[in-house]
Design a protein around this ligand. Sequence first.
Ligand code: NAP
Length: 249
Amino acid sequence: MSASSSLSSKVALVVGGSRGIGAAAARKLASMGAQVAVTYKTRRDAADEVVSDITEAGGKAAAFEADIVQAPAIDSLLQAVSARFGGIDILVNSAGIAPYRPLGSMDAAFVREIMDANVVGTVLLTQAAVPLMTSPGGRIVHFSSRLATSPIPTSSVYAASKAAVSALVHAFSKELGPKGITINAVAPGVIETDMTAAIIQERGRAIRSTTPLGRIGQPDDIAGIVAFLASPDSDWITGRTILADGGLS
Ligand SMILES: NC(=O)c1ccc[n+]([C@@H]2O[C@H](COP(=O)([O-])OP(=O)(O)OC[C@H]3O[C@@H](n4cnc5c(N)ncnc54)[C@H](OP(=O)(O)O)[C@@H]3O)[C@@H](O)[C@H]2O)c1
């Protein structure tokens, strides 16, 4: 089977596929033959652009709105995607937020907002997707971060939320293994997206000079790893977090 067709007949739901790493993953999965559901929270324009790129290249894709902090929105999303494409083989969850604050200026609302989007969303999405997924054969990919194991000042709550994602995929793999569904996380270092624009503006030179591969990571650097974890080639990997940071850690 050629690499370009290795996901043909598969349906991939890419949550947070409207921008950044999720958009690159959606395009990559489509280029390998998957039909792709691309979700957004507010940026419908960005999701529509990803869908247009995929359909213009001969693939199949559609955009769906969902805020993964809201359980009813997740249920509606899963039902809509399943009705449109006839089931789900691959779930990629790239939705997330990354506000930083020093210890002295955080409050409960700040902590809850991050934990809701990055942790509660991960749990609810996984829980809602599993009953609709191909079993055996389903694939789930979430996003941790390099910061989960190498936090920097002011990143504490975000780092903790991503450590939770790594723990969740490890623990969920014990429950999903018997169903033949794999679940893993990717832990990127700094990748150039809207999420990191301010950090790169401030510290880009230092990041480049301390990264063995000598540049800032791009969404396509991560999309290939997602595609591998979504493909049959990763059959024997589950519960793991794959660190991808250009050698920085
Ligand atoms: N970029 C990095 O350096 C880096 C490093 C390590 C880990 N990560 C992780 O990788 C993932 C993707 O990051 P990114 O840089 O691609 O982010 P990004 O460019 O900021 O895109 C975030 C995506 O998440 C969606 N989203 C945010 N909150 C949501 C919610 N409550 N419900 C549904 N969708 C929501 C956004 O939708 P809208 O377009 O509608 O706003 C957008 O599609 C995140 O989990 C992030 O924590 C990123």
